[in-house]
Structures are given as structure tokens and as C-alpha cells.
Design a protein around this ligand. Sequence first.
Ligand code: IFM
Length: 455
Amino acid sequence: MTKKIQLPADSPMTRKSFLFGVAAASFQIEGGADTRLESIWDRFCAKPDKIADGSDGLVACDHFNRWEADIDLIEQLGVDAYRLSVSWPRVMHKDGTLNSEGADFYVRILDRLAEKNIKAFVTLYHWDLPQHLEDQGGWLNRDTAYKFAEYVDAITKVFGDRVHTYTTLNEPFCSAYLGYGVGVHAPGLSGPDEGRIAAHHLLLGHGLAMEVLSRNSPDTDNGIVFNFSPYHPETDSEADKIAAKAADDLFSQWFIQPVMDGKYPDIIDTMSAAEKPVICDGDMAIISKPIDYIGINYYTREIIRASDTARFEKSEAGPLPRTDIGWEIYSDGLTEVLLDMHNRYKLPPIYITENGAAMKDVITPDGVQDHDRLGYYQNHLMAVHNAIKAGVDIRGYFAWSLMDNFEWAEGYAKRFGIVYVDYETQERTIKASGYAYRDFVGSRTKDVIHHAQVG
Ligand code: IFM
């Protein structure tokens, strides 16, 4: 049974210059819903049968009231950085002006992090769109991209120099395809081409936000976070291989290629006009503004097979053990994805901005034992190490998540935290994985400095 995290002694990840952090997101932990505007997730949760346990984000982990203790917890974990997101409905009024009380909530958090020497990685959009903008069409409406840039302008002026790294969007794949394509996430819409329409507007919003950031915050590292999986064919058949490539093109390259190369993957040329998003003159130049870093979130791989009715379909065939949420545990896939992206594009430095697992926690008198999750971290950190050894420029790693939280359509039953949350009492307990993460992070050494020999 793995009890601690260990990497080869010569790994750059055992040095203090490699950054370690923990991550969370506004809607998943904050609660405090009565002090902000309604978001698309509030509306979605209120609909029957959308959330597995019928729950919502009204209270969540009550981070809105407990943020000071939560920052103490982050300090206890000894990490270098905290990746948080800003709730757009908390910091902006409906008329597009800043809600300074809402903004102050984050300013206090950022100031406290600075006091404790914890770097703030701030995500500007982690899925909680104000509902009043959804009422105007949400991400299917091009205008939302411009509204996003206005919000980014207002909030980044307030934050000033308190932030280390900005992320425009977290996982636009999920916002676009899960929210507007298949409808399993808010706002719960579905349609054959809607995912790609929303994706284009999200990417446009990213580019417009990058322009704002380069004006308002030129000294921070500014970039975007994508979720990637390797897409493996179910069999060696040509049809399955073509299907797997189509899945990769549509799910991964569709998001990164516009940002890195200013174009959608060639598969777009096989689409009818109705299947393509409307791309206005100049859009691709905006979307491909240079970024300072790229964030990659990794959880699992996908097995893909040919389909009679679509370009591909997902198969359940993966033979490896699965997490509590049903995702196959495939750590080599993280190295594979990193190398693949490194070989395809001229990437800026990379952060692994999310990685972690929903696992069943065993609560004992001696604490929360989550050795499966610990094993997951051990193997995936090793996968990051392998990618670095193979030449990929990776600067840091964030565990998802700081604490158990609202896991979107799964509600609270699936726990990703390295800290356990008792939702009855809101008591937080560091799990075995959290202690192992703390110990590993604390064991890093100063970078070796080679001094010239004297005498
Ligand atoms: O909880 C989510 C997070 O909000 C975005 N990335 C994936 C995580 C696990 O599903």
C-alpha cells in the first residue's frame, strides 16, 4: 500500500523551483449564493433529475464564510500556490458595472494569500455564467464573448498586482460541449452543432480577455486551461483508428489549435456550413494572441470506436481499474498527451492545472484513509516526471482538489478532495493523500547551484 509520494531524486519535481499547488473553483466550494446573482448552475440544479443527488451549490463547502480557515488549511499543506476561480455573478451587476462588495471578497482572499506567500492562480471563468446572460443566449450568443472581456477588464483593474497567474477559461470543452452539445452540464442545452458554436464564442472570449490582460496585467502570466485525454481506438481496425483521430480532432485539437496556430483542425473542411461555427474576419487572430503558459487538466483516457451514425462513439472497453466516478485510471496517458501536444505545437511553458481522482474514502479513528487516491497521485506525478525527462517544459502541478466539493452533475457524492469535508458540520479533515502531498511538497530541496571551485 502506497503511504507516501516519491519521485526519483534527480527529478526536477523534487526541487523547490517546480511549483506545487491545490485547486478549487467558485461554484464548487463557495456557497454564499444569496450574495451574488443567479448563475446558470443555480438554474440547472433547480431542474429535476439534473444532479445525481438532487443537490445544488447554494451552500457547498461554505467557503464564502470559511475562507480564512481554508487559507490556513492551504498553508498547512505547505503548497506554493492556490488555484481559485472568480464567480462572475458575484463580482458584476446585471447592468455590467462592478459589484465592489463581491470583488472585495476576492481581494481579501488575494491579500491573505500574499501574506502567507502563497501564489494566486486566478481563473476568470470556471463555468458559472450569470443566468441573465444565458437568458440572452449565453455562449451561443457572440455578444457573451464581449461581455466576458468587459467583466475581465473590470475585475483585473481591481485585483491590481495581487495575482501571479491568470487563466481566461477553464476547460472550454466542458462549457461548450457538455453545456450546449449534450446538455449534461448547465445550461443543459443540446444540439448537433451547438457545442461548436459555443466553443467558438468561448475561444473568442479567451482572445478578447487576453487583449484586456495584456493591457491591465502585463506582468502576470496569462493563459488558458484545457482538459485533454488520449483517444485510443478500441481495435486496430482502420475504422476505429479514423474514429479515434476524429475524437481527438474534435475534442482536443479543436480547442488548442485555434489558440496555438490560429486555425481549426482540418476536419473542419469535411463539415457542412451548418456544422461549422460562424467565424468572422479577424476572429482567429484574436483567438491566437500569444499566451504565457498553457494549463493542462488530466484525468483519464477515452476508448473510441467507429459508429454507423456519427463520426465516432465512446466505448466502455478500457480494461484498467476505475475511480469512483467510473473513469479508467491510466497514468501513462498523461505523459502521452503532454508529449503529443509538445510535438504538435510550439507550446509555452505548461502547468498541470488539475489532476486527481474521485475515490471512496475510508473514515477510521486514525483519520481519512484514501490510499487509492494516494496511489493515483504517485503514478500521475511519475507520469509528469517522465514527460519532463522526455523534454516537455512543465513548471508546476496542482492537485484537484483542495477539498471535496460540488462535483457538478454528480453532486456531492463523488469526492475529489485531498481534504475531507463533512457537509453536515463543514468540518475539514486532511486525508492520507493530503498528508502525503504535504510531505512530498515539503521535502523538495533548493535547486542545486554549481559554485565555481575556489582555490
Ligand atoms: O471538478 C471538475 C473541475 O471543476 C473541472 N475539471 C474536472 C474536475 C473533476 O471532474
